[in-house]
Design a protein around this ligand. Structure first.
Ligand code: FE2
Length: 481
């Protein structure tokens, strides 16, 4: 049974929660200790991660959110019902100043494939309530999820998140560019704070807090568990391994990476296994939804060496071992940058820059069960079939790539961009091009995968409707869209 978010709002109100507005799209974010909302993520059959961060002054320039330099106890509850009358798990954790008073509660002992409601209490204040769902243990017949990426705050309003929060989904997958590190001010009264390019931990924390203060983003987090992975802008544009694209010296860049990863961990619902150690973080991981879907979440940044590898040898071995089985029916590579080659040549920041490793991944996908690649970064909607021989459109199709557009990056966008028709003609394996803003809604069953490209009319104004601009279907066991 799928609980109704409006019932959830009523239930929380009945309990006197102080900050309900955060759950209602297009309204103000909550104030007080829970000004950044709540989130959940990385579901397992018996549990999920619950997240919040105490920040009564989210934009305080020191990055500490207006909190004292001392631990603060935070109570949490998980209930089977939106009124919290049937609390199934509860506990208390300390929000630590070294983690910017964020908390990551790894709840276990829950029922598989079940909806739950959760909330926090600290300092006499109650958080907005969130809703989450555990992964099923087996026998799953249906998984509804959306994927999204690229939410440049100064480029546009998060209207897509408001609509996403209203969808009937089990899960959201966010493929990176959750924040942007630059100093641009934008033109919509949504300029960045701080205004300069991010360098310090305080800088990154303030930027995350600014993004997370958005009521629509909070609504999308509160409605579903998320699986999150970063791309480049969570650290710096087009970074690769230890290499800064702007020539920041290596030691200084590694310090920046450490600050960026720490702030990323502090603001997303990640497990302890994803807690960074200095400039290193283990973000690639596998999440399984019964025997239906395996998400192989990839890191195409941290182990990258331009022209040699995107994944690094250990992650590549891990992926190929995963794909060799046993796996679920559908194998999803959840990753950042465009995989399928396009003519004329794509950006060297994509898999285009690593042709040998791209061929290796393609050849392993050829032997995997129903492979699908989902991709962010491109600020456009694309659908492409991946052929066994990239240069021969008559060669067998081994996989399909769904590239999702941005939530807001690059502003309003257009339905039929100039050059799209020529691009489609030059690339017979490319099936769709659109450059509006939105997300991709997927319905996966043992037999079929339906991908609906959902776009909003504009992001330059805070209200816009959403529509399906195109839909595509895959059949399990048959390659090609
Ligand atoms: Fe982006």
């Amino acid at each position: 049974m799928r609980p109704n978010r409006r019932v959830l709002l009523g239930g929380a109100a009945a309990l006197g929660a102080t900050a309900l507005a955060g759950l209602a799209p297009l309204s103000a974010a909550p104030t007080g200790l829970f000004s950044l909302g709540v989130a959940s993520g990385d579901p397992l059959p018996d549990g999920v991660v619950l997240w919040t961060r105490l920040a009564p002054e989210p934009l305080a320039p020191d990055g500490l959110g207006g909190m004292p330099g001392a631990p603060v106890p935070v109570e949490w509850q998980v209930a089977a019902d939106e009124r919290f009358s049937r609390v199934e798990r509860s506990g208390s954790v300390l929000a630590m100043p070294e983690d910017a008073h964020s908390v990551h509660v790894e709840v276990s002992g829950l029922r598989p494939g079940a909806w739950y409601f959760y909330r926090f209490r600290a300092g006499g204040q109650v958080s907005p309530a969130g809703r989450t769902r555990t992964a099923p243990d087996a026998g799953l017949r249906r998984l509804a999820f959306a994927f999204a990426s690229c939410q440049h705050y100064a480029d546009g309003f998060y209207t897509a998140h408001a609509h996403l929060a209203e969808e009937e989904l089990d899960l959201v997958v966010f493929l990176g560019d959750y924040i942007y590190e630059g100093g641009s001010q934008g033109s919509l009264g949504r300029g960045h704070r701080p205004a300069h390019e991010l360098r310090t931990l305080a800088d990154y924390r303030v930027r995350f807090a600014q993004y997370k203060s958005d009521a629509n983003l909070q609504a999308a987090h509160a409605a579903f568990p998320w699986i999150a992975v970063f791309d480049d802008h969570e650290v710096q544009n087009n970074w690769a391994g230890d290499h800064s694209d702007t020539g920041v010296p290596r030691a200084e860049f590694r310090a920046r990476r450490a600050a960026a990863f720490q702030a990323y961990y502090e603001h997303l619902p990640l497990r302890r296994a994803q807690r960074p150690t200095g400039p290193d973080i283990r973000i690639h991981r596998r999440l399984t939804f019964g025997d239906l879907v395996d998400f192989h979440v990839l890191d195409t940044r941290q182990y990258r060496s331009p022209a040699h590898t995107m994944l690094g040898p250990p992650q590549k071995d891990w992926l190929f071992h995963n794909l060799a089985g046993p796996t679920a029916r559908w194998n999803v590579l959840a990753q950042q940058v465009f995989f399928t080659p396009l003519r004329p040549g794509a950006s060297a920041d994509t898999w285009y820059g690593c042709p040998a490793e791209r061929n290796e991944v393609r050849d392993h996908l050829a032997h995997a069960s129903s492979p699908v690649i989902i991709t962010g970064d491109a600020h456009g909607n694309f659908v492409a079939d991946v052929h066994a021989d990239f240069d021969d459109p008559a060669s067998p199709v081994v996989a399909t790539e769904f590239v999702g557009t941005s939530i807001s990056s690059e502003g309003d966008g257009i339905d039929h961009p100039p050059g799209a028709a020529a691009q489609l003609r030059a690339n017979p394996h490319l099936k769709f091009v659109n450059r509006q803003r939105g997300y991709v809604r997927n319905l996966v069953t043992p037999e079929t995968w339906t991908a609906d490209y959902r776009v909003v009319d504009r992001v330059s104004q805070p209200q816009a409707s959403v529509r399906v601009v195109a839909g595509f279907e895959l059949e399990a066991g048959r390659r090609g869209v």
